[in-house]
Design a binder for this molecule. Structure first.
Ligand code: ADP
Ligand code: MG
Length: 702
């Protein structure tokens, strides 16, 4: 690769300034261009839209008697008395005194002898640093200097932008390259937002915003500028979603399903308990949606153990009563089977024809099942992803309930073939999702939130266990409880650990516990590599109390419901995400007995320790989700390798929540009122299609 790029590459000089490559800017070159590329910056446009991570406000000038040692201050005055001297072994100290109206302050620089030449007596300057009070006077160590002209006696300090950097790239370099970019391209920036819109939402002109972003005169200017850019990014996305909703509304027709009082009563009789307020509320919302000929797209959020299955069953049976088919889809075979068992029990005396459709059927079984689904003999299909395979043709599908499938984002959503009408879709999740993520990741879903719990639930007592001694105590506690008839889960992060001495693999743990801490108790082992029939068999035995403890991997993460299991040990707990730990813990404390959860971990990692401490502190899934979000960012809250996550460059979900709400509302209003189709919004609409058309599957005519 050439190390001396020409700054006057003819092709580059002809491309529009905003699209010009950074490497051709004066003073950049190939090496720095590569560093910029690490930051995702290739063009001048990328540079201008590179939002500073933060700004440092040095603009307020303090007087000496206002100084405090808890923050950075800026002081203005003239330099008097400069001095540099050697202190031991080639080290130097340079000192100067700054005289302001209210008094003197000292500045010191260690091992920067060249400072001597930069500090001239009687020079007006601004000094910024965190001051310290020592030897009876204020002192600043290596203050940031700003030289002033004699007529700038009232000058304010600057607001310093701070960019995210990469190894080898300095703040000052980024600042000066951006300055160059501003000079050549600022006038090229076209604002696609019509003025009436900008005024209404109090947004600065785009060109002004870009300038204020990088050269703000105040922190307010910087924030105003950043708001404009984030607003644009989110507005585009929310407009895309709103347009998609409009398309759906006009093209997708669902069967309108009304629930008669008779059907309502018949469904309720199936449960041996009264529904709680949250369940009633959610059912009311779902009933309202089902009556429409427009398909329901609803997300039901409720904490682990809140009783979502009841809601699913209600929606399903109401649909079947109206003559349509219903699907219940679960993320794992284990969970699908458990739903099957629960529903089998509830529908013991009903005529609802049902089948379990998983990847585990023989070819001929599958063929027969698909035939019955296609001709409408089967009303209810419970299964895994197998229910959305291309060869599954439904007769008249009215309702799809997707359980615990928080991994389905906006982009991918189940597609169902063979059915003339679009089904109503209900997605249920026990991973509470921070509001800001709901607005984006699930931006096209209506939201129901259940925040209460069935009566009599107790908070699971959670303790971190960090030393072998405490581990012994925990095991002895567990043995005691097992002897009184309770049951336990032992959760391992791996199926098999590479190291035979490492206890964290489920296989090793099972072998070891059988010989030591849990000798004499009846243990079972389930993990992803145990074949499904056997898995189910072990689960049934555990359920029927023929096993005392179950050693398992995260196959237990969602849904499993055994009320007598009140104990849980999570080995190497730091290996799990917070939401995952919360899901796991949700398996215990479902019945009348107090639940106990032990988080074994000897991690020294601070974030991990904080995660585990959060588990001890709170039982609320919503709080845990917020904590997880803060500690690890959005991708992890939704499960790793989020294929559906929207790529936003500028938005910070936590910080920009207000903008998310604002843009969502604005977009919906613009689409409802048809504003978006007016000529002065054509450029904006175009931009929306360009950015999100493909991802959101928008038809060009939308
Ligand atoms: P999740 O929301 O985690 O899917 P489940 O639907 O599995 O929760 O319900 C957890 C437990 O609570 C189940 O044993 C269920 O029978 C019970 N349950 C659900 N609703 C109620 C209610 N209204 N009153 C009492 N128990 C309930
Ligand atoms: Mg559930």
């Amino acid at each position: 690769m050439s190390n001396s790029p020409t700054n006057n590459d003819p092709e580059q000089n002809e491309s529009p300034p905003l699209e010009r490559l950074v490497r051709y800017l004066p003073g950049v070159g190939q090496h720095r261009a590569n560093l910029f590329e690490n930051l995702g910056i290739e063009t001048v446009r990328d540079l201008l839209w590179y939002v500073p991570r933060d700004v440092l406000d040095l603009s307020q000038v303090s007087s000496v008697n206002e100084l405090t040692d808890d923050r950075i201050h800026t002081i203005r005055g003239t330099i008097v008395d400069v001095d540099s001297r050697a202190i031991s072994r080639g080290r130097t100290i340079t000192a100067a005194v700054l005289r302001s109206d209210e008094g003197l302050i000292k500045g010191v620089w260690f091992n920067q002898p060249w400072m001597l030449r930069q500090l001239n007596n009687d020079q007006w300057v601004l000094w910024s640093a965190k001051p310290k009070f020592r030897d009876n006077r204020w002192e600043m160590s290596s203050p940031r200097l700003q030289w002033l002209d004699a007529d700038e006696e009232n000058a304010r300090g600057e607001v310093l932008t701070k960019y995210g950097l990469t190894e080898g790239l300095k703040q000052n370099t980024v600042r000066s390259v951006i300055k160059t970019a501003l000079e050549i391209a600022i006038d090229e920036i076209i604002d696609e937002l019509p003025e009436r819109f900008r005024v209404h939402y109090k947004l600065p002109l785009l060109g002004d915003a870009i300038k204020m972003l990088h050269q703000p005169e105040s922190v307010e200017q910087f924030l105003e500028a950043r708001r404009r850019l984030v607003f644009d990014e989110q507005l585009d996305f929310q407009l895309g979603l709103a347009i998609r909703r409009r398309v759906r509304k006009t093209t997708e027709i669902a069967p309108a399903i009304t629930v008669s009082p008779k059907v309502d009563a018949r469904i309720r009789r199936l449960f041996e308990f009264e529904l709680i307020a949250g369940q009633e509320q959610a059912i009311a919302e779902i009933k309202e949606d089902m009556q429409q000929t427009r398909p329901m797209h609803r997300l039901l959020q409720a904490d682990v153990g809140a009783g979502k299955t009841v809601i699913a069953i209600y929606a399903i049976l109401a649909t079947i009563a109206a003559g349509s088919q219903a699907v219940l889809m679960a993320p794992t075979e284990l969970l699908a089977r458990q739903h099957w068992d629960t529903i089998d029990q509830i529908l013991l005396h009903s005529r609802v024809k049902r089948c379990l459709l998983t990847g585990n059927l023989t070819a001929s079984e599958r063929k027969e099942t698909l035939r019955q689904i296609a001709n409408g003999e089967i009303d209810l299909i419970i299964g895994t992803q197998a229910v959305i395979q291309k060869d599954v043709h439904y007769h008249q599908l009215g309702m799809v309930v997707i359980d615990e499938q928080h991994k389905f984002g906006v982009v991918q959503r189940a597609r169902f073939t063979g059915t003339r009408k679009a089904p109503h879709v209900l997605v249920m999740t026990a991973t509470p999702i921070p509001r800001s993520l709901c607005l984006t990741q699930y931006g096209d879903l209506d939201l129901s939130v259940m925040s209460d719990m069935p009566p009599g639930r107790r908070t699971v007592v959670t303790s971190r266990v960090m030393t072998p001694k405490v581990e012994q105590k925990a095991w002895s506690f567990i043995r005691e409880k097992l002897q009184t008839g309770r049951q336990a889960y032992i959760i391992c992060p791996y199926v098999d650990s590479d190291n035979p001495d490492d206890p964290a693999g489920a296989v090793q743990t099972f072998a070891q516990l059988s010989e030591t801490e849990l000798r004499g108790f009846r243990l079972g082992l389930v993990h992803g590599k145990v074949d499904r029939e056997k898995q189910h068999n072990i689960m049934s035995r555990f359920h029927d109390r023929q096993l005392d403890a179950l050693v398992a991997t995260t196959v237990l993460e969602v849904g499993v419901d055994v009320p007598n299991a009140t104990l849980m040990v999570i080995l190497d707990a730091h290996q799990f995400g917070l939401s995952q730990l919360h899901q796991l813990r949700g398996r215990i404390g479902r019945g009348q007995f107090q639940g106990y959860c032990f988080l074994f971990s000897d991690t020294q990692n601070e974030t991990s320790i904080e995660r585990l401490a959060a588990m001890e502190r709170t039982a609320s899934g919503f709080e845990i989700a917020e904590a997880d979000f803060e500690l690890r960012g959005p991708g992890n809250v939704l499960g790793t390798k989020q294929s559906g996550t929207m790529p936003f460059r500028l938005t910070n979900f936590k910080r920009d929540e207000k903008i998310l709400t604002e843009t969502r509302r604005a977009a919906q209003r613009m689409v409802d009122a048809g504003t978006i189709d007016q000529p002065d919004f054509a450029a904006l609409k175009n931009r929306v299609f360009e950015r999100f058309g493909e991802q959101l599957d928008l038809p060009r005519t939308g």
